[in-house]
Design a protein around this ligand. Structure first.
Ligand code: ZN
Length: 197
């Protein structure tokens, strides 16, 4: 018999990260938003591709390099087709690739609004004493673990801190820090008996 309730939280960011770039028309730095459009330029056997961003102030565009002077033979045909048709899934994946964006833009703003879908993996056979949460994060999300827990468990963040200090809320892998952003594979174990008096 098990007294553990296991759930999975699939956490999907709603807003893609935005680079802050100096906009010549606005005359200052502004956040730019992905238009989810890809531009492809084939020049002989070389291919360039960009994800197009627009200034949130004036609509001026910025082309984020995705492929630069790449030999067409080294590109997977499926990827080439997806780039060519501005495939939505690919455009979204690129827009949420915060590390890739950081490599070509200085300051990048991340957002913590996320959709959390909860599924029960295994129910306890007796009143649950432990809640185990497995976090699935398909795309990087700028949401801190403590904020996620406070919102989804409807507990004040100070309560989350108290639970951590008391050892009633433990995150795995053990070097996980609750003030960091939530990562794929994070596992949270919460002692229910002590957290919900
Ligand atoms: Zn502008």
């Amino acid at each position: 018999m098990s007294d553990v309730l296991r759930v999975q939280w699939t956490i999907t960011p709603r807003t893609a990260p935005q680079p802050w770039l100096s906009c010549s028309r606005c005359g200052e730095a502004r956040p730019f938003r992905s238009s989810d459009k890809i531009r492809l330029n084939a020049n002989g056997k070389r291919v360039d591709a960009w994800l197009i961003y627009k200034c949130t102030g004036c609509g001026s565009t910025w082309n984020r390099p995705i492929l630069e002077r790449r030999s067409v033979r080294t590109i997977e045909p499926d990827l080439l087709m997806a780039l060519h048709t501005s495939e939505q899934a690919l455009a979204r994946r690129l827009a949420f690739d915060v590390e890739g964006l950081r490599r070509c833009a200085g300051r990048v703003e991340e957002f913590d609004d996320a959709l959390v879908i909860k599924t029960v993996l295994s129910e306890s056979t007796m009143p649950a004493r432990q809640l185990e949460i497995l976090c699935s994060v398909p795309e990087p999300v700028g949401l801190r673990v403590d904020r996620l827990l406070a919102k989804e468990l409807q507990l004040p963040r100070s309560r989350i801190q108290t639970l951590v200090k008391a050892g009633d809320l433990v995150a795995f892998p053990q070097e996980s820090h609750l003030r960091r952003t939530v990562r794929d594979g994070l596992r949270i174990v919460l002692e229910l008996a002590r957290s919900c008096p």
